[in-house]
Design a protein around this ligand. Structure first.
Ligand code: C2G
Length: 136
């Protein structure tokens, strides 16, 4: 069984996220997503999520591509995660190109081209704009 892991916030899930998860799962048989906790997002990633950890976890667990969701609490847990879950392949989108090459000592490292034209930040802006221009 080839085990794959990837990390992220996955707030306001969109097709860029799905493209990543689909390709990640296609690398092997079992996909683990290490999902950034609310504390990690707030304190270390300077991200404020629309959806809390439990909501984002529930959504990811419902996807056909995802087999297990674990918490991402800090930047330093990747090596221990890879060892603990016997991971064969680590993958991320290309906005993280080369940032995790140090993991090559522990497993295969793959960066997928990021999906253009979509981001959670863009989605937030679109919703704000909608409310500004409509009279809802
Ligand atoms: N992604 C993508 N295309 C997009 C948007 C995101 O391929 N248009 C990918 C990212 O490259 C990442 C994953 O989807 O691999 C999740 O994206 P985010 O939720 O933005 O994750 P991020 O904040 O980059 O957290 O330790 C690593 C961090 O937790 C990664």
């Amino acid at each position: 069984m080839v085990r794959v892991i990837t990390y992220g916030t996955y707030d306001l899930l969109h097709y860029g996220h799905i493209n990543l998860l689909k390709r990640a799962k296609a690398l092997g048989d079992y996909l683990i997503v290490a999902l950034s906790t609310d504390e990690f997002n707030k304190n270390m990633k300077n991200k404020v999520c629309v959806q809390n950890f439990q909501e984002r976890k529930t959504i990811l667990e419902s996807l056909r591509y995802v087999d297990l969701v674990i918490p991402e609490n800090n930047w330093e847990q990747k090596i221990s995660d890879i060892q603990l879950y016997h991971v064969d392949i680590f993958c991320m989108g290309s906005d993280w190109n080369n940032k995790f090459d140090f993991l090559k000592d522990y497993c295969k490292v793959i960066y997928f081209p990021r999906t253009d034209g979509i981001s959670t930040t863009q989605r937030k802006g679109e919703v704000i704009q909608m409310f500004k221009t409509s009279n809802v």
